[in-house]
Design a binder for this molecule. Structure first.
Ligand code: URA
Length: 272
């Protein structure tokens, strides 16, 4: 099959966004027959293993991240600007993702006093290369949607984690928990009026709910900081990477943005 350069470039960009960063051949090469690799040693036959009792089928133990969270809280509290926060995050070693192939910390882009804060899931390959959130194909779609909704220049964009999860997998709850004090501090420094939570992994982590994005999206939820001192209205919506794969879902994301702008642009009622 031969592809014209524009189609090939678009296909490569799609694969890169999806986390495909290795090339394989169409037909497998038998490297054992070619003598490059020793055949595997025969495995001794074992007696059949009985199925585990239901009580043994528990979730895998999660790593203890309490020390890393305490350190993140102290660093975040000491940051008195978004720039200082970004520097503190870049120097923080408590998130395992930093050591799993990420090339740099990706913290935020946008307006430091934006009325709307957008929180995505985690950086992808393009974000990892460029050091800014939502700059790949999904980010370009997000920007177009924000422009159409009149939100250009009125947002600060960040993620639940600051390092690219390998292969663009979803960040785990412990990885998100370790980064959460920094996300909270970004909210405290920016003082937005509301949050747009982009994608299921963001909505679940920020709202501490175990619901699917399709049932959470388009409805207002209340976000609360860990100490309960801050509260903000938060709207979950579909991730633009999902919209690129399922264009028919764009109308639901657009409806969500209209719900959001209606509240954002509603004049504040005088107290009393
Ligand atoms: N997807 C996200 O959730 N965040 C990014 O920054 C990029 C893609």
């Amino acid at each position: 099959m031969s592809l014209d350069p524009a189609t090939a470039e678009s296909l490569l960009a799609f694969w890169a966004e999806a986390g495909v960063d290795a090339m394989l051949l169409d037909k497998p090469i038998d490297r054992i027959a070619a003598g490059k690799i020793a055949p595997p040693a025969p495995v001794a036959r074992k007696a059949p293993v009985a199925a585990p009792a239901p009580s043994a089928l528990r979730a895998a133990p999660q790593p203890d991240v309490s020390a890393a969270i305490a350190q993140a809280q102290a660093l975040a509290a000491a940051a008195d600007s978004l720039e200082a926060l970004a520097a503190a995050i870049a120097g923080f070693d408590g998130c395992a993702l930093k050591f799993e192939g990420a090339s740099q910390a990706v913290v935020y882009r946008g307006e430091a006093t934006a009325p709307l804060m957008i929180i995505g899931e985690g950086p992808g390959a393009d974000e990892d290369r460029q050091g800014q959130p939502f700059v790949g194909r999904a980010g370009q779609l997000l920007d177009k949607m924000l422009a159409a909704a009149g939100l250009t220049g009125r947002v600060l964009i960040t993620n639940t984690v600051f390092w690219r999860p390998p292969g663009n997998r979803t960040p785990t709850p412990p990885e998100q928990a370790v980064c959460a004090p920094f996300v909270e501090r970004a909210i405290a420094l920016t003082q937005p009026k509301m949050l747009l939570l982009v994608g299921g992994a963001s909505a679940k982590a920020m709202l501490k709910k175990d619901e699917g994005i399709l049932s959470m999206r388009g409805r207002w939820h209340e976000w609360r900081s860990a100490d309960g001192a801050m509260e903000l209205p938060a709207l979950p919506t579909l991730h633009p990477a999902f919209l690129l794969r399922q264009p028919a879902a764009k109308k639901r994301a657009w409806a969500d943005l209209l719900t959001l702008t209606e509240r954002l642009d509603r004049p504040d009622r005088p107290a009393g």
